[in-house]
Design a protein. Structure first.
Ligand SMILES: O=C(O)CCC(=O)C(=O)O
Length: 315
């Protein structure tokens, strides 16, 4: 929808210079035309200061309350994205987590069957329905600004399909190997957009996100899918790992509360947290639920009886 466009003429003056700047402001748009263009050209976009410090601190406090009050004694699932460490593929706890708040351990938190650090320093991630089951995460996930961004990036009906709280723990936080989000959450045609917020300042030492600009233009290379019954579990099609060309990858050393938006086919990753500082992040993934766009039944994430909800744009 085209909104009203106001032209503002701003006059700056100083002892040495006089400058007129014309700004075109469309008050119905959240993104500028330059930001939309950047996203389409590069496959990602960083928006600074999307959340203030109070929101960031509230979310960290909320997740710690969840972890401290959860019964973790029966949680056995370790989450790792490296090919030889993937344990999720046949793990019922993971496969049925689409509509739940579930906990996944960091691999390096364990040695000889024993947890080496306190549980809140040992969790890799919490997934995958905080956005629908916790009021604080619901409030930030269904923020109308996100609906506006989705519309401005071309989505008709923005449905949040999953959320993750990623801990990237000090010293033991594992890498997230290069991947495309459209591998794990795909629609026909592809439509997924990732929203990722750091809750601590990110550096290369604590495992900031890396993006390969323009990589989204080559499409999604691989699918992670539920096997056809009567087989169970998950598989990659094709099974062989993709050898990614990471030439030109850029570190996104974002600050807490910034927002990173990721195209479904953008190759991105993060390295281990080798620092003594945490690097928490919250992310949601949104797909287009418009007529004619299909969310296949072999996507790993299914939540029968608990429909995905739309994030509407701000008015
Ligand atoms: O938080 C990270 O380190 C990586 C997250 C990511 O790649 C994703 O959510 O797709």
């Amino acid at each position: 929808m085209t909104g009203y466009v106001f032209f503002l003429e701003i006059f700056f003056s100083s002892l040495h210079q006089h400058q007129h700047i014309n700004l075109a402001i469309d008050f119905n748009m959240y993104l500028t035309p330059e930001q939309v263009q950047f996203y389409h050209d590069q496959g990602y976009l960083v928006i600074e200061n999307f959340w203030n410090e109070e929101t960031v601190n509230q979310l960290i406090g909320t997740i710690l309350r969840h972890v401290r009050s959860a019964d973790l004694s029966r949680v056995t699932s370790i989450f790792s994205t490296t090919e030889n460490m993937r344990k999720a593929d046949n793990d019922e706890y993971f496969l049925t987590s689409g509509g739940e708040i579930r906990y996944f351990w960091e691999d390096k938190a364990w040695s000889e069957g024993k947890l080496q650090v306190a549980p809140e320093l040992a969790i890799n991630k919490v997934g995958h329905a905080l956005h629908d089951l916790d009021p604080d995460f619901e409030k930030v996930s269904y923020d109308g600004r996100i609906g506006s961004i989705c519309e401005e990036l071309g989505m008709g009906k923005a449905l949040i399909v999953q959320s993750m709280y990623i801990f990237k723990q000090p010293k033991i936080g594992g890498e997230v190997v290069p991947h495309q989000d459209g591998t794990f959450l795909y629609t026909e045609p592809q439509s997924c957009i990732g929203f990722w917020w750091p809750l601590h300042d990110c550096t290369q030492q604590n495992g900031c996100l890396w993006a390969v600009p323009g990589s989204h233009k080559l499409g999604v290379h691989r699918h992670y899918r539920r096997r056809d019954p009567p087989a169970t579990g998950l598989e990659f099609i094709p099974p062989e790992p993709v050898v990614w060309d990471l030439t030109g990858a850029v570190p996104l050393e974002t600050k807490k509360g910034d927002l990173v938006i990721l195209h479904s086919a953008l190759v991105h990753y993060s390295q281990e947290n080798s620092s003594e500082f945490p690097r928490h992040a919250y992310s949601i993934h949104i797909v287009d639920g418009s007529d004619g766009i299909v969310y296949p039944q072999d996507n790993w994430l299914q939540r029968p009886g608990f429909p995905f909800r739309e994030v509407t744009k701000r008015v």
